[in-house]
Write a protein that binds this ligand. Structure first.
Ligand SMILES: N[C@@H](CCC(=O)N[C@@H](CS)C(=O)NCC(=O)O)C(=O)O
Length: 214
């Protein structure tokens, strides 16, 4: 296993947080290199694709959130034991990502017209996709992809926090008791609890934080 990890990302949750939380859950020490929003123009040209998150592994830089999470999932033995199990994990993560992408898009949209369209899209998509995951959690004995914890559950925890933050007008998890229970179960993990208590406040998205659920 590599010995040196450094995550470069905004001082926000977003795409950086699942990587931070996976390393944290696995008890892997890492340098959490955060920068403020206003510093981004200076940092952008120094990043491999002009984007973040970037994970430095033993000094080499890697990009792309989901592949990085999948890699960490494998490293931490939070992956599937065969192709079908890995497909279930990938599929759950992609469902979470599909809802989140629309929620983020809506959040950053400045045109009233487009915001309204994204609003309608989100309020149709969110119950449908989260409803599917709710059924999956019920069937999987409390976990999102398989009958045991996988890296998809950690991605879920981060997605839960961001969704609660991005959709303040209506609790997106209302009526989804199994998803809520999963969130509570994950928050029993001591590594995650300590990390959540100590991490910097998300200044740009601070309507909700998991700290209120500890
Ligand atoms: N496919 C990449 C997308 C990365 C991405 O869009 N990062 C955003 C922040 S979440 C970014 O760097 N935006 C600033 C920019 O493109 O200038 C991934 O999943 O990691």
């Amino acid at each position: 296993m590599p010995s040196n990890f450094k995550l470069i990302y905004y001082n926000l949750t977003g795409r950086g947080e699942p990587i931070r939380m996976l390393l944290t859950y696995g008890g892997v020490p890492f340098e959490d290199s955060r920068f403020e929003w206003d510093d981004w123009p200076k940092i952008k040209p120094t990043m491999p694709l002009g984007q973040v998150p970037v994970l430095e592994i033993d000094g080499k830089r890697y990009t792309q959130t989901i592949p990085l999470c999948r890699y960490l999932g494998r490293m931490l033995k939070l992956d599937g034991k065969d192709d079908m199990e890995n497909l279930a994990i990938d599929s759950a993560v992609e469902i979470l990502w599909d809802v989140l992408k629309v929620a983020y898009e809506r959040n950053w949209e400045t045109s009233d017209e487009k915001k309204k369209q994204l609003d309608a899209k989100l309020h149709t998509l969110s119950p449908l996709l989260l409803g599917k995951l709710e059924e999956d959690v019920k069937r999987n004995g409390g976990f999102i992809a398989l009958n045991r914890i996988t890296w998809a559950d950690i991605v879920f925890l981060c997605s839960y926090e961001d969704m609660m933050n991005l959709v303040p007008e209506k609790d997106p998890f209302e009526g989804f008791a199994n998803l809520r229970q999963l969130k509570n179960k994950l928050l029993e993990n001591e590594n995650l609890r300590e990390y959540i208590k100590k991490r910097p406040v998300n200044k740009m998205m601070n309507r909700f934080s998991l700290i209120s659920d500890l």
